[in-house]
Design a protein around this ligand. Structure first.
Ligand SMILES: [Zn+2]
Length: 71
């Protein structure tokens, strides 16, 4: 399950569906035109509410690490 989440998060990054915006990160949901804002590792989607983790929060975390590496 965890590896699956990571795969999905990496796919979001590769597809350019993760946009850092100030202290939040916008992540495109699977619903076209819908975006989730992730702040400090917290996402507003139902998956995060139920499991405390989701591909959006993970993708945001990965994007932040990428930025740290580059900078
Ligand atoms: Zn989410």
């Amino acid at each position: 399950m965890k590896g699956d989440l990571l795969k999905k998060a990496l796919a979001l990054l590769e597809e350019g569906r993760v946009l850092p915006l100030g202290e939040a990160v916008l992540v495109a949901s699977s619903t076209p035109g819908k975006w989730y804002a992730v702040r400090r590792g917290w996402c507003a989607c139902p998956g995060f509410k139920n499991h405390g983790r989701c591909k959006h929060a993970l993708a945001a975390e990965l994007a932040a690490r990428k930025v740290e590496k580059v900078g």
